[in-house]
Design a protein around this ligand. Structure first.
Ligand code: IMP
Ligand code: MG
Length: 170
C-alpha cells in the first residue's frame, strides 16, 4: 500500500501510554468507554486491554454525510447504546479528530443525556483540518493533513486490517 507512518510496534507503545494516562485520571471511578464505529474498533480493543480499572464498553455509530475523503457538516446517529448516561463519566474513543464535527456533536449529545463528564481519546489528531473548536483530551499522534489507512482506518471500507498506519496514496 502506501508509505508507513507508524509501525504497529510504535502504535502499541503509544496506546499503552494513553491507557496509563487515562487509568491514572479515572482511578477509583466508574468509566463508560464509548467507541465511535467503525474506525475506532481496533484502537479501542487494544486500549481497554491496557486499562486496569473498572470500565464498561459500548459503541456509537455515526455517519457524517460526504463522499471520498471529505465530510460535510451534518452528523447522523446510526446506533446509540441502550444505556442510562445520567451521572456517568464518559470517555469517547475515536480513530481520528479531523474536522471535529463528529466529536463536537457527540460531546453535546452525551451532555444532553446527562453525563457527568465527557472526555475524548483519539489515536490521531489533524488539528489543521478543524472546522469547529474541538480539542481532544488524549492524543496519540498529531499528524499533518494526510489521509491515512490501517489499524481500523479505511478508505471506502478497505485497508482497515493493515497492522501499520499508512499514508493512503491511491
Ligand atoms: P470529523 O472529525 O467529524 O471530520 O470526522 C472524522 C472521522 O472521519 C474520523 O473519525 C474518521 O473515521 C474519518 N477520517 C478522517 N480522516 C481520516 C483519514 O485520514 N483516514 C481514515 N478516516 C478518516
Ligand atoms: Mg471515525
Amino acid at each position: 500500500m502506501g508509505k508507513i507512518l507508524y509501525t504497529d510496534h510504535l502504535v502499541r507503545e503509544k496506546v499503552k501510554e494513553l491507557a496509563q494516562q487515562i487509568t491514572e485520571r479515572y482511578r477509583g471511578e466508574r468509566l463508560l468507554v464509548i467507541g465511535v464505529l467503525k474506525g475506532a474498533w481496533i484502537f479501542m480493543a487494544d486500549l481497554v486491554r491496557f486499562m486496569d480499572m473498572e470500565l464498561f464498553c459500548d459503541f456509537v455509530r455515526v455517519a457524517s454525510y460526504g463522499k471520498g475523503t471529505e465530510s460535510t457538516g451534518e452528523v447522523c446517529l446510526l446506533y446509540w447504546p441502550d444505556l442510562d448516561f445520567r451521572g456517568e463519566r464518559v470517555l469517547v474513543v475515536d480513530d481520528i479528530a479531523d474536522t471535529g464535527l463528529t466529536l463536537k456533536f457527540l460531546r453535546k449529545k452525551f451532555l444532553n443525556e446527562g453525563a457527568k463528564s465527557v472526555e475524548f481519546c483519539v489515536l490521531l489528531d489533524k488539528p489543521s483540518r478543524r472546522k469547529v473548536d474541538f480539542i481532544p483530551d488524549y492524543v496519540g499522534f498529531t499528524i499533518p493533513d494526510r489521509f491515512v489507512v490501517g489499524y481500523g482506518m479505511d478508505f471506502n471500507e478497505q485497508y482497515r486490517n493493515l497492522p501499520n498506519i499508512e499514508i493512503y496514496e491511491g
